[in-house]
Design a protein around this ligand. Structure first.
Ligand code: ADE
Length: 231
């Protein structure tokens, strides 16, 4: 079973509408919808915003719904001038840009006593995500690279510059690294697909609402195609 964690309410609504729902359950205030999407057994849920919500949600998917793989979708702010609004980024790996134990000699972003700086996404799932984008939204630019996460909506060019300098991420959001870490702890594969909604700078809070609808429509198309290919 594939666990799908969406970020936006309307995105999850549309996916749920396209799904053959067999069971619904609420846990930790999160609504889980189990069934099939494009022939693939899935559980769809909206985690809510931020890393704690995302980690709790992932663990519930694993423990209570027996998720064997996790797909996370949503929007993100671009960290690379070559990645424009409406483009898609597929994670190679995810990292916490707001983790800082440099005082203990760890590199920025690394969690003390964990063996890895970033959490690597599953290569097969990332390849299927890439193919799904090419089929579902051929007009859109698709990029592959590191996605960084923090409990922070980045909307300041100096904050953005610091994140770019430290981590070489392609885009920034607020859940991916928590989902990647939780998947890593549970030894299950994961993928993150994000549509760029803003440039994570001083224009971010203006661009974000304007772009949300389009991002949702594209994301729904990509997830359906991803499931079709996985089935
Ligand atoms: N999600 C979408 N845009 C974002 C940004 N600029 N920072 C953090 N999360 C985001």
């Amino acid at each position: 079973m594939l666990g799908i964690i969406g970020a936006m309410e309307e995105e999850v609504e549309q996916l749920k509408a396209a799904m053959d729902v067999k069971k619904e359950e609420t846990k930790a205030g999160m609504h889980f919808f189990c069934g099939t999407l494009e022939g693939l057994p899935v559980t769809i849920v909206r985690s809510g915003i931020g890393k704690v919500n995302a980690a709790v949600c992932t663990q519930i998917l694993v423990d209570d719904f027996k998720a064997e793989k996790i797909l996370n979708t949503g929007i993100a702010g671009s960290l690379d001038a070559a990645i424009d609004i409406a483009d898609v980024v597929i994670a190679t790996d995810v990292l916490h840009h707001d983790m800082d134990a440099t005082g203990f000699g760890y590199p920025k972003g690394q969690i003390p006593r964990m063996e890895t700086l970033s959490f690597e996404a599953d290569k097969d799932m990332a390849r299927i995500a890439q193919e799904a984008c090419e089929t579902a939204v051929p007009e859109i630019g698709v990029h592959s690279g590191r996605i960084v996460s923090g409990d922070q909506f980045v909307s300041d060019k100096e904050v953005k510059a610091g994140i770019v300098e430290n981590f070489a991420g392609k885009c920034t959001e607020m859940e991916g690294a928590a989902i990647g870490q939780a998947a890593w702890l549970n030894k299950i594969p994961f993928a993150v697909i994000r549509t760029i909604s803003d440039k994570a700078d001083d224009s971010a809070s203006v661009d974000y609402p304007a772009f949300e609808k389009k991002a949702i429509a594209n994301s729904v198309k990509i997830v359906k195609e991803f499931c079709r290919k996985m089935a």
